[in-house]
Design a protein around this ligand. Structure first.
Ligand SMILES: Cc1cc2nc3c(=O)[nH]c(=O)nc-3n(C[C@H](O)[C@H](O)[C@H](O)COP(=O)(O)OP(=O)(O)OC[C@H]3O[C@@H](n4cnc5c(N)ncnc54)[C@H](O)[C@@H]3O)c2cc1C
Length: 284
C-alpha cells in the first residue's frame, strides 16, 4: 500500500465522512496530552522545531497528512494548567482558567509523528514576541511542559485524481512538507499532478524542507503579494484543469489564492483555504 493510500485508509476508519474536498477532516475523538518538550532546534530563517513527547502519543493515530493540534503553552514562569479534556469548545475552556495561569492556545501542524518514541515534531515560524505562540516558541527549552489536543486535518487531496495546487507561506510550509511525504515524497507527488507554490520573505526558511520542484516566490511586500499573481500566471499558462486546491497561510494570501483559483474556473467545492494567521491582528 502506498503512503498516501495508507493515510487515506486511516482517515476513512477514524473520521466522520464529510461531503466534499473543501471540507476538513474532523476527528471523532480529540485526545488531549500533557507532554514534555524534549528538543528545540533552529531550522533557519526563524523556523523552530519543537519536539514534544508524551506516553499517549505512542498510540495516537493521525487522521490526515496535515493533522494539527491545539498547543497549550503555559504562561511565562507559570505551571501548565490544562483545559477540561471533555470540553467541546477548547477556546472557552482555556478562557475559563484563572488569568494568572491561563495558557496561550494556538494551532500547529504535526510535522512528524514518531509513535515508537511517543513524539511529535512541530515546526513554528517565529516572529519575536509579537504573539503568544511565537513568544513561547522563542523561550521554550527542553524539559518544559506543554499541552496538546488533537483536532483534525485539512488536506483532502489524497482522495483526488489529477492536477492539484498547494499554496503556502512560511507558516504552512511544514504542512506542505508533510502532505508531500504522504504521497511518498515530492517526486511522487509531482508525478500525481501535485503542484506547489510557496511564498517566503527569506528563502533560508526552506532549508530544512524537501519541496521538490516547488515554485518559490520571494515576498517583499504584503503576504500574498508575490504568490497570488504568480499562481494566477501559472493557471493562465495552462496545464489542465485543477481538480483540487489547498491554500493556507496568512489570511489575505489564502483569500487571494482562492480568488484567482475561482477566476480560473476551479470549482468552489474543490478549494480548501485557511487563514492560519492575520497580518496586524492576533488570532482569535
Ligand atoms: C490549522 C492551522 C495550522 C497551523 N499550523 C502552523 C504551523 O505548522 N506552523 C506555524 O508556524 N504556524 C501554524 N499555524 C499558525 C499558528 O496557529 C499561529 O497563528 C501563528 O503561529 C501566529 O501565532 P502567534 O501567537 O505567534 O501570533 P498572533 O497572536 O496570531 O498574532 C500576533 C501578531 O503577530 C503577527 N504574526 C502572526 N504570525 C506571523 C508570522 N508568521 N509572521 C509575521 N507576523 C506574524 C500578527 O500579524 C499579529 O500582528 C497554523 C494555524 C492553523 C489554523
Amino acid at each position: 500500500m502506498s503512503a498516501g493510500a495508507k493515510v487515506l485508509s486511516m482517515a476513512t476508519r477514524r473520521l466522520a465522512r464529510t461531503s466534499d474536498a473543501a471540507t476538513p477532516l474532523v476527528r471523532e475523538d480529540v485526545p488531549q496530552f500533557v507532554a514534555t518538550v524534549v528538543e528545540v532546534a533552529d531550522l533557519g530563517g526563524g523556523m523552530r522545531r519543537v519536539t514534544c513527547e508524551a506516553p499517549g502519543l505512542r498510540d495516537f493515530v493521525t487522521c490526515g497528512p496535515d493533522e494539527y493540534v491545539g498547543l497549550v503553552m503555559p504562561a511565562a514562569g507559570r505551571p501548565l494548567v490544562m483545559p477540561d479534556p471533555d470540553a467541546v469548545d477548547m477556546r472557552a475552556s482555556v478562557a475559563a482558567i484563572a488569568a494568572v495561569d491561563r495558557p496561550a492556545l494556538r494551532w500547529y501542524t504535526i510535522r512528524e509523528h514518531d509513535p515508537l518514541r511517543g513524539r511529535i515534531d512541530i515546526d513554528i515560524m517565529t516572529h519575536g514576541d509579537t504573539g503568544p505562540g511565537s513568544a513561547w516558541t522563542c523561550r521554550v527549552r527542553p524539559g518544559d511542559p506543554v499541552g496538546l489536543r488533537a483536532s483534525g486535518a485539512l488536506y483532502r487531496g489524497l482522495e483526488v485524481t489529477g492536477r492539484q495546487v498547494l499554496v503556502a507561506d512560511e507558516s504552512a510550509v511544514p504542512s506542505v512538507a508533510a502532505i508531500l511525504e504522504s504521497w511518498g515524497g515530492p517526486g511522487d507527488a509531482a508525478d500525481q499532478g501535485v503542484e506547489v507554490h510557496v511564498e517566503v520573505a527569506d528563502v533560508s526558511v526552506l532549508r530544512a524542507y524537501e519541496l521538490g520542484d516547488a515554485r518559490v516566490y520571494v515576498r517583499s511586500g504584503r503576504p500574498g503579494s508575490a504568490v497570488v499573481p504568480g499562481l494566477a500566471g501559472a493557471l493562465a499558462a495552462g496545464g489542465g484543469p485543477v481538480r483540487y486546491a489547498w491554500a493556507c497561510g496568512e489570511a489575505a494570501l489564502a483569500a487571494g489564492a482562492r480568488r484567482v483559483l475561482r477566476e480560473a474556473g476551479v470549482d468552489r467545492g474543490s478549494i480548501y483555504s485557511c487563514g492560519y494567521w492575520t497580518l496586524g491582528k492576533p488570532r482569535p
